[in-house]
Design a protein around this ligand. Structure first.
Ligand code: GAL
Length: 818
């Protein structure tokens, strides 16, 4: 099937389109897809989803596009491919309902052939409805937030997602690739069909290997061609060498079905292609995870699907930037928490080299929110799971499938054990090559009333009959899993290894501030194959999950436990982001990420101070929080007052100098409060503070902080100068308020206005501030810690675009993009 993007020029309207008359009454808004209808709305205090969605409301809306279908297309197959629509979508063609899709993250294909008028304009309408109760535990976005493709082919064609390829062996100088091509024969005749597959190094023209076969496909039916491709001198794919091939499949048939095909030029043919990488994978408890035969530990980060200032809009460049930045910290894997990702995120991982723990669901039949997928799971799981696996199963980047996250059925309630096995089996039938997993958590839920009654459980767990309660309750749930995902249960790895010596364990989700303890253990135990932090990149919703703050010693809040200051308890309006990540939503690296890079081997030194105003206070943090270390040495009014300093380093010793004078040299801690940390105290004096790391007495690296002056200038930084005029490219322009020496002013809260002229548009404008009621789609934003970000999205026209950023008292700054 030829796929053509249909993303340009849709009309967006609020409400349900029940009659064509409404198209006249409401002119709507012209938008290009991907489009998120939620991100441009105002947040509200009484939002029903509250901190789940970061106080963004859902709604009902519709999208319409008129598509001219030429008369010559008569007799061809036409379809629409949606990469995900949020949510409860219905698709109409010329007023006729042709499909419905509840799950907002699963791709789906709609055959529109029977409903089209040829030689005429056709109306495509998509209605969406996110419900009136919370439908998720995070910000979902709303509408056509991923792309839409028009699929066109002859009546004998390659099915949507009809190519499946995997490497059966890649050793020595040959890779043995198996390919399946699903051929659909919608004609009234039986056909002999020639199927050809070619492997072409990505970006090149020359075919590196091919394979052909002739198969029989009966009238009005479908059949798979099974091909073997032997590729000489393969370039294998892994996260450090993301070597890709284009796998192109062609089918043709001259209408005969009894004799072999003769070469003819005018035979209608169909073709399809995908990106492919030669790579093998296996996992066992003795050797761990092997990728292309080499042991790999997954340095992982959980990611939600939103793109911060863009809301849920998924653009290749926004996803690719995220992946590039995660690699800078040392991440080699992401977990698509807790749903199928966009196809462009998968492509970014393929192109840049990032392993994916590809996850299907956050809820099965037992819900987590009244309006969530649990309502549709029983009816739809197989369809949605199949569409997801079929889309991603040839991707070299996908290394593990996950059937779900913290599924309440893990203790067996609500058909849990059978479903767990059925889901794993359904995946293995579609793709037997990759391990299947599930992120399982402790039994804080998922037990029947008797076991769950608080006091009963608390008193009895791990004693007598309740000993190893989790292991006993979840063992049947793990049937069919090749890797058992442990969410927040690193304390059980050793014990469980003794109980289940063959079990491959993966830390599928863990607290960020504990990585320094976990990583050395993971490195030295083959049966634990990696660790995923919650989360690698901040996200909208679950607002305030990782909050940390200072409280007075006599404030009653200091007696609260970490779970008592979790989002629902203390994240009041307008808390917006989870604030638990290595990067903020604009892509600025936070101390948490710097810490992780040190744990994972970086020899850099990172120096921070703590706010001297909080010197006598108690730091409060949720489990997902991180100490409030600041890249800052500007504390006017605190001259002569005590101040704390923190240094991350993997060296043996660290020495700190204040204005050139040593305040001490210390061993870097291996223990509490955190490995790879050295803490100091001094008296604040403006100037420069510097930390130096030493191994065997020799300096390995250093870092410094300086007292900065008043904001003097707006600084714009952008890695890109050129955007593709395809409506999908983007540039993130980082904005800093800097002093006369070009240093970011950490306290600057300056109101900025951004204007864009030219074919690009301002797709998102805001800061990493986790608590804000700003609208990222308007032209104003206040800098947070002296910083903001503007995301420019390309249009469909060529030309120069100009971003100008204004602030009262500052010279406007401009930046040009071609
Ligand atoms: C986990 C869950 C995540 C996130 C995290 C922080 O239990 O799997 O989705 O909610 O807790 O609350």
């Amino acid at each position: 099937m030829k796929k053509i993007s249909l993303d340009e020029n849709w009309t967006f309207r609020w409400g349900y389109l029940d009659s064509v008359g409404n198209l006249e009454n409401d002119k709507g808004l012209q938008v290009n897809l991907p489009h998120d209808a939620m991100i441009g709305t105002e947040v509200s205090k009484d939002c029903y989803a509250a901190c789940d969605s970061g106080f963004f409301n859902g709604g009902i809306c519709n999208y319409t596009k008129f598509l001219f279908v030429p008369a010559e297309w008569k007799g061809q197959k036409l379809g629409l491919k949606f990469d995900g629509v949020m949510m409860n979508a219905t698709v109409d063609i010329n007023g006729c309902k042709v499909a419905g899709q509840n799950y907002g993250y699963a791709p789906f294909y709609v055959d529109i052939t029977p409903y089209l008028a040829y030689g005429e304009e056709n109306r495509i309408t998509v209605n969406v409805n996110s419900g009136s109760v919370s439908n998720s535990r995070w910000y979902t976005g709303l509408g056509l937030y991923r792309g839409v493709m028009l699929c066109r082919s002859p009546l004998l064609y390659i099915a949507d997602d009809g190519i499946y390829a995997y490497t059966s062996e890649a050793s020595g100088d040959t890779a043995f690739v198996k390919a399946q091509v699903e051929v659909v024969n919608d004609t009234q005749e039986n056909r002999l069909v020639e199927v050809c597959t070619e492997l072409i190094p990505d970006g090149e023209e020359t075919v590196a290997a091919l394979s052909k076969s002739v198969i029989f496909v009966a009238a009005n039916s479908r059949e798979k061609a099974y091909l073997s491709i032997n590729l000489k001198n393969p370039k294998v794919w892994d996260c450090d060498n993301p070597n890709l091939y284009k796998l192109k499949a062609t089918v043709k048939s001259n209408g005969e079905y009894r004799i072999r095909l003769e070469e003819k030029d005018d035979i209608p043919a169909d073709e399809a292609e995908l990106l492919f990488g030669v790579r093998t994978i296996s996992a066992d408890a003795e050797r761990g995870l092997l990728i292309n035969g080499k042991s790999v530990k997954l340095k992982g980060g959980c990611l939600h699907h939103d793109n911060g200032l863009l809301g849920a809009v998924s653009l290749y460049e926004a996803e690719a930037r995220k992946i590039r930045k995660l690699k800078e910290v040392g991440f080699n894997a992401i977990r698509t928490a807790h749903n199928p990702p966009s196809s462009v995120l998968v492509e970014a991982c393929e192109r840049l080299g990032m392993y994916i723990f590809d996850e299907a669901f956050d809820a099965w039949w037992v819900g987590k929110r009244a309006g969530d997928y649990s309502q549709y799971f029983e009816a739809n799981w197989k369809k949605d799971l199949t569409a997801f696996v079929k889309r991603d199963r040839s991707s070299p980047a996908v290394v593990i499938w996950s059937t779900g996250n913290e599924i309440p059925e893990r203790g067996g309630l609500a058909k849990g054990y059978s479903r767990a096995t059925q889901l794993a089996r359904a995946i293995k039938e579609l793709d037997p090559t990759r391990p299947v997993s599930n992120g399982i958590c402790s039994m804080w839920s998922g037990l029947d009333d008797k076991l769950a009654s608080g006091q009963y459980l608390a008193q009895n767990v791990n004693i007598g009959v309740y000993e190893n309660l989790w292991e006993k309750a979840t063992e049947p749930f793990t049937n069919g899993l090749d890797i058992v995902g442990y969410n927040y249960m690193e304390d059980q790895y050793e014990k469980d290894h003794e109980m289940f010596p063959q079990r491959v364990i993966l830390g599928s989700e863990n607290f960020p501030n504990q990585i320094g303890y976990r990583w050395p253990f993971i490195e030295s135990h083959p049966y634990v194959i990696g660790d995923f932090t919650w989360t690698a990149w901040d996200y909208l919703g679950e607002a305030g999950l990782g909050k940390a703050f200072y409280a007075d010693k006599d404030d009653p809040i200091v007696n609260k436990k970490p779970w008592e200051i979790m989002p629902q308890q203390t994240s009041h309006f307008p808390y917006r982001t989870a604030e638990d990540a290595d990067y903020d939503i604009t892509g600025r690296l936070l101390p948490q990420g710097e810490y992780r890079s040190v744990v994972w081997g970086s020899e850099k030194t990172y120096l921070y101070s703590r706010d001297p105003a909080a010197y006598d206070k108690v730091e409060m943090m949720t489990f997902w929080g991180f100490p409030q270390f600041m890249k800052k040495w500007t504390y006017p009014g605190f001259e002569g007052k005590p101040v704390k300093l923190a240094v991350f380093s993997r060296a043996q010793e660290v020495e700190v100098f204040v204005n050139g004078k040593s305040i001490g040299r210390k061993k870097v801690s291996c223990e509490a409060p955190m490995p790879n940390l050295a803490e100091f105290e001094t008296v604040y004096e403006p100037g420069r503070v510097e930390a130096v790391s030493y191994v065997d007495g020799k300096e390995v690296s250093r870092d410094s902080l300086s007292t900065v002056g008043q904001g003097a200038e707006i600084k714009l930084t952008c890695a890109k100068k050129l955007l593709k005029a395809d409506g999908h490219d983007a540039a993130c322009v980082m904005i800093d308020i800097v002093d006369s020496e070009g240093r970011t002013v950490p306290d600057a809260a300056i109101k900025l206005t951004a204007k864009v002229e030219g074919p690009a548009s301002l797709a998102g404008f805001g800061s990493g501030n986790p608590i804000t009621d700003e609208n990222y789609t308007d032209e104003t934003s206040v800098t947070y810690r002296g910083q903001a970000c503007a995301v420019l999205r390309s249009g469909y026209k060529d030309g120069e675009s100009k971003l100008t950023v204004y602030a009262e008292g500052f010279e406007p700054k401009t930046l040009f993009l071609e």
